[in-house]
Design a protein around this ligand. Structure first.
Ligand code: SAM
Length: 245
């Protein structure tokens, strides 16, 4: 049997492709990519010419089967998404599950991930944390989902697309209260920016400054919120901090 490699690729800065990820992408028989055009650009930057097939949410059933057949015949496959770590709010989970069911070895090639990068630089407790990915698109669904996690004493991590970011933050404010947040923008890119502070003030700032690029939101957990209020060490969170790199 071949090996299924789950390969993390850059979330902005191409230098973040690890040497090992590069080696795997160069040497496997085929790369299964969320968007072949997108991944072709990455490959041509590094002058790799590995064959690509598409693997995304609309063809994962049929394509998954075909990839498993290739793996069973001894071919090696690298699974990549457009950016970051496959299966993390990206296609991949299903193919990995199929491979595991077929006793095909699955090897992760660790690397860039927006959620963990945001978490470790947020200044909020790094454990426990709860990765929520994208919240539901509708306000009702979003509020219901947030209500499920409202009392969990864990730092919360959310992805969101720019056009839904402000409505999403408004719902977080309504359901979870005026918690401390660290909002990261364009991680690893030229215009990386960090907005930290109480949610209400961050929202006001972003309404004025505008929302552009990719954002990952880190929200303090429920218990932290209560404990933090009595902790003078954490007073700096009370004023808005915006840092552009
Ligand atoms: N699989 C990816 C990972 O490992 O991070 C996440 C893919 S998900 C479809 C895309 C979302 O991740 C974006 O909407 C944004 O919330 C977040 N994201 C991706 N790149 C980012 C970056 N450079 N800075 C901040 N957030 C980012």
């Amino acid at each position: 049997k071949g090996i299924l490699y789950v390969v993390a690729t850059p979330i902005g800065n191409l230098q973040d492709l690890t040497p090992r990820a590069g080696e795997i992408l160069r040497e496997v028989d085929v790369i299964a990519a969320e968007d072949t055009r997108h991944t072709r650009k990455l490959l041509s930057h590094f002058q790799f010419s590995t064959p690509l097939v598409s693997y995304h949410e609309h063809n994962e059933q049929t394509r998954g089967k075909a990839l498993i057949e290739r793996l069973m015949k001894g071919e090696s496959v690298a699974l990549v998404s457009d950016a970051g770590t496959p299966a993390i709010s990206d296609p991949g989970e299903e193919l990995v599950r199929l491979a595991v069911e077929h006793d095909i070895p699955v090897v992760p090639i660790p690397g860039p991930n927006a959620a963990l990068s945001a978490l470790v630089a947020s200044g909020l407790p790094a454990q426990p944390f709860l990765f929520l990915g994208f919240l539901p698109r509708t306000p009702k669904g979003r509020r219901e989902e947030l209500t499920r996690w409202a009392r969990i004493p864990a730092t919360l991590l959310c992805y969101e697309s720019p056009h839904r970011l402000l409505p999403m933050l408004q719902d977080v404010l309504e359901v979870l209260g005026n918690r401390r947040v660290a909002i990261s923008r364009e991680l690893t890119k030229k215009h990386e920016e960090w907005i930290r502070g109480r949610l209400a003030e961050c929202i006001r700032y972003m309404e004025e400054a505008g929302v552009r690029g990719e954002y990952t939101v880190v929200i303090e957990g429920a218990a932290e919120q209560e404990a933090g209020q009595a902790d003078p060490q954490k007073n700096w969170w009370e004023s808005l901090s915006v840092i552009e790199h």
